[in-house]
Write a protein of this length. Structure first.
Length: 118
């Protein structure tokens, strides 16, 4: 499985962005998929997860109520809608698939930069 994250960019505080994670491989639709981020000098942070069917989701407290994870298995794509962005949301955002542990995933995308200006 190969993952391609896109949709990052520069946005003002309070704005919105929608990230996409496009996957190759027929088995992607059977995997739990997650979004992570890593800011300079900080550890990688799990933001959201979605089950293979989309019926179960998880959000970190830092993004709950502002970010929404969703998926379209027909398009082999998982999304992260990010609203009410804050400067502290600035980071490189990664998608990952095939959960093996609490924050352990088998497949990772290359990351997309999100910068939120104040």
């Amino acid at each position: 499985v190969q993952l391609q994250a896109s949709g990052g960019g520069l946005v003002q505080a309070g704005g919105s962005l929608k990230l996409s994670c496009a996957a190759s491989g027929r088995t992607f639709s059977s995997y739990t998929t997650g979004w992570f981020r890593q800011a300079p000098g900080k550890e990688r942070e799990l933001l959201a997860e979605i089950s293979w069917s989309g019926g179960s989701t998880y959000y970190a407290d830092s993004v709950k109520g502002r970010f929404t994870i969703s998926r379209d298995n027909a398009k082999n794509t998982v999304y992260l809608q990010m609203n009410s962005l804050k400067p502290e949301d600035t980071a490189v955002y990664y998608c990952a698939a095939d959960k093996r542990g609490v924050t352990v995933y088998a497949y990772w995308g290359q990351g997309t930069q999100v910068t939120v200006s104040s």
